[in-house]
Design a protein around this ligand. Structure first.
Ligand SMILES: C[S@@+](CC[C@H](N)C(=O)[O-])C[C@H]1O[C@@H](n2cnc3c(N)ncnc32)[C@H](O)[C@@H]1O
Length: 275
């Protein structure tokens, strides 16, 4: 299995990230949805907020809104950005800033011509095929992408960039945990997932070669803490789950505790910059 966790280099350092952990823990206390079951927790929220603060885009597209906690996070990180929110089910949203624009159709079907492509970040948390998302984003001319659910090989419900780079495919050919058809149907009904998400992808080198040709940067954010076991209950080792070194090892200050308590919600969240 291939174990790359980065292509190219980002403009920030680990020290920059560690320096912002305390400030974010204060913001996290004020989140509008205290228990965001089904959405991001402190680790990914910190990493997303950090990256958006660094990138300071003019516009952010959020695909996969759920209750709206991510929208609040985007607004907090980039108060002056235009925000475009996409979800196939807009009825569940609890936090809705006035300045955000909402769509209930897939990212690929929306006219983005008016947006500054070089200065827009697309935050995908919609559990769709990330490899296809990269191709569509490139077609539109976008440069900056983030993927919240960047599942490692053998895990998760969508073909992620990490899976592409691990070259192990997705679905029954590339997972130890095949999604049963009845569950597939249920998931599709509830969240409107498109068929291609559930399609088997054979292990292959071609998709990885495409990413390496087209991405200037692929960067897996480090977890804040790493635990002995993964969220799936097996050993969190680098052989099966190649992972950047965590930012912290032990809890030494009170504000760090929340990050450790929610450590298993980490899912190899990544930033990708198209050439
Ligand atoms: C995991 S939740 C998003 C969580 C959210 N980012 C948060 O942290 O609170 C996934 C969301 O994706 C939505 N979704 C499913 N298919 C989608 C699509 N094609 N485009 C946009 N959203 C989609 C679902 O309705 C669901 O609300």
């Amino acid at each position: 299995m291939k174990a790359e966790t980065a292509i190219g280099t980002v403009s920030w350092s680990r020290a920059d990230m560690i320096a912002k952990l305390e400030a974010f823990s204060e913001l996290y206390r004020r989140r509008p949805i205290p228990d965001n079951e089904g959405g991001m927790r402190s680790q990914h929220m910190f990493l997303t907020w950090f990256a958006l603060q660094e990138l300071q885009p003019q516009a952010v597209i959020e695909s996969g809104v759920w209750l709206g906690q991510g929208t609040w996070l985007i607004e907090s990180a980039c108060p002056n950005a235009q925000i475009y929110c996409i979800d196939l089910n807009l009825d569940q949203i609890q936090y809705k800033p006035k300045q955000a624009t909402y769509f209930n159709q897939d990212f690929a079907t929306i006219d983005w011509n008016h947006l500054p492509k070089e200065d827009t970040v697309i935050f995908f948390d919609d559990h769709q095929n990330a490899y296809e998302r990269v191709k569509t984003a490139k077609w539109f001319g976008f440069k900056h992408l983030m993927f919240e659910d960047n599942y490692p090989a053998f895990q998760g419900d969508c073909y992620s960039l990490k899976k592409v780079l691990m070259q192990m495919g997705h679905g029954s050919a590339g997972t130890h945990n095949p999604i049963k058809s009845i569950v597939k149907q249920k998931v599709k009904e509830v969240v409107g997932i498109k068929e291609h998400t559930l399609t088997e992808i054979r292990p292959n080198e071609v998709d990885a070669a495409y990413l390496k040709q087209n991405l200037e940067i692929y960067y897996e954010f480090p977890p804040i803490y790493k635990t002995a076991l993964t969220r799936w209950g097996d050993a969190w080792n680098d052989e099966r789950y190649p992972t950047p070194e965590p930012l912290l090892q032990t809890v030494e200050k009170e504000y760090q505790a929340v990050y450790q308590a929610e450590a298993t919600s980490y899912n190899w969240i990544c930033y990708a910059k198209l050439r």
